[in-house]
Design a protein around this ligand. Structure first.
Ligand code: SDX
Length: 428
């Protein structure tokens, strides 16, 4: 559906098509703007700029709505199954029983890493950031599967997707084991996605980790809630890198790097640091909120605020409920949860946060839950990557298959020196 927008520039008046999405979102299509007017638009951070049309995820930031291929995320909570949602995001519909069985079989059979990859972990220092290892090893993975560099065939793409989604767990677990000087634990083909990951993380050669059902359900839901989020920073990075023709592995490795930032996926680590800082008595929740409101402090209330959600992030609500439900059973009374609740209570009644529509986001509760399951803080953003991978893959493929896709190459407004001569060094 289209409508028209009229732009007047001096004497010139031009009409620009308006594109209307399936949920009524409206965009002024400016792809011919420069040719028609000699002008470009400027929108630092792209807060007002759409990069593409996509059919994968819909967010209504004012209503706090998040849907994957039209299905509200709340619908996945009853029996959370990350593999099923990964298929939904990548293939467009929920899998039939046969499709799900075949996908699960692939996830199981692809879990091992080539032995040649294992030795590469040894090359990293024990204190290497796990996100650096994850990005490097996803790229390294493509060296062992050169046949997956060129993905035109849907069947090949699905194999590459299953390989990546399966092996990211093994890479993450081996990075953790290496950091602790522990022996690598091979994947167990008798275990499903989440229990197999936690087995590789926490089993010992002499003692198998057994995943409690409530941990399995909570971890499946955490991964589901991180699985996609339309054109967020890391997904846009995957699309930009993929737009040059870079292969799926290289594009997802770039997504890991973007997600690492403390304003994006790295925020879950910063939330824990903030809660620990308050817990260890450096300051009260009230003190911290006061600091976060002070521009000069450079401190932010981590886990709060969002570019799109100007209401509650529905994921934060769901994770907050899971935390209330399982934390007392997992680790008794967790003082960090009490502090998080207090911060939320203070901020939600403070005009500074109300006026700026700053609410808890997905990162606010995820760290407390991951910590209660034994995931170390420096692995939180790795967990976010495991969850977000199907979304990155779905967007890469949507763009790769899209008609008229062009390499991403934004313009700029130059504000530097006007032309001046080169001056030889002996005259400067
Ligand atoms: C994720 O895009 C996605 O979808 C991301 C994500 C996904 O699933 O992929 O949802 C995952 O990245 C969640 C966000 C995690 N990041 C954090 O929790 C870090 C803390 N939050 C902020 O840094 C900030 O809210 C952002 C980065 C999330 C959003 O930044 P914006 O949209 O660029 O907003 P802004 O920085 O322009 O802030 C607007 C105002 C400013 O004050 P004024 O200049 O108007 O007076 O709000 C203030 C900011 O100072 N502000 C905060 C704040 N967040 C914004 N003040 C204190 N604490 C905060 N957390």
């Amino acid at each position: 559906m289209t409508d028209k927008a009229t732009l007047t520039l001096g004497e010139a008046r031009i009409e620009l098509p308006i594109i209307i999405g399936s949920e009524g979102e409206r965009a002024i299509d400016i792809r011919d703007l420069r040719a028609q007017t000699g002008h470009i638009t400027l929108d630092p951070g792209f807060g007002n700029t759409g990069s593409c049309e996509s059919a994968i995820t819909y967010i209504d930031g004012d209503a706090g709505i998040l849907r994957y291929r039209g299905i509200p995320i709340e619908d996945f909570a009853a029996s959370p199954n990350f593999g099923e949602v990964a298929w939904l995001l990548i293939c467009g519909s929920l899998p039939t029983a046969d499709e799900y069985d075949a996908f699960s079989t692939d996830l199981t059979r692809f879990a091992n890493l080539d032995e040649g990859m294992k030795h590469q972990f040894e090359g990293f220092p024990r204190n290497a950031p796990p996100m650096a290892i994850l990005s490097a090893m996803i790229n390294a993975l493509s060296c062992f599967h050169p046949e997956l560099h060129e993905l035109e065939d849907e069947g090949q793409f699905r194999i590459a997707s299953a390989r990546l989604i399966s092996k990211i767990r093994t890479i993450a677990a081996y990075a953790f084991r290496h950091s602790r000087g522990l022996p690598y634990i091979y994947p167990d083909p008798n275990l499903r996605y989440v229990p197999n990951f936690l087995h590789m993380m926490f089993s010992q050669p002499y003692k198998q980790y057994v995943c409690p059902q409530m941990v399995r359900d909570a971890m499946n839901l955490i991964l589901i809630l991180h699985a996609d989020h339309e054109q967020n920073c890391s997904t846009s990075t995957v699309r930009v890198v993929g737009s040059s023709g870079a292969n799926l592995f290289a594009s997802c490795a770039a997504g890991v790097c973007a997600l690492w930032g403390p304003l994006h996926g790295g925020a879950n680590v910063e939330v824990l640091t903030m809660l620990e800082e308050i817990h260890h008595g450096n300051m009260t929740p009230e003190d911290y909120v006061k600091l976060a409101k002070d521009k000069d402090s450079k401190v932010r209330l981590m886990g709060f605020g969002h570019r799109v959600y100007k209401n509650f992030d529905p994921r934060a609500k769901m994770l907050g409920e899971v935390a209330e439900k399982i934390l007392p059973r997992l680790c008794g009374n967790d003082p960090l949860l009490d502090i998080a609740r207090r911060l939320e209570e203070i901020a939600l009644s403070d005009p500074y946060f109300i006026d700026r529509k700053l609410y808890p986001n997905v990162d606010f509760y995820s760290g407390i839950l991951l910590r209660a399951m034994g995931i170390p803080t420096n692995m939180f953003t790795v967990m976010f990557s495991i969850g977000r991978l199907p979304g990155w893959i779905a967007h890469w493929w949507e763009q790769h298959r899209g008609h008229g896709q062009r390499i991403a190459r934004p313009r700029q407004i130059y504000t530097g020196e006007t032309q001046r001569p080169y001056v030889p060094i002996d005259q400067r």
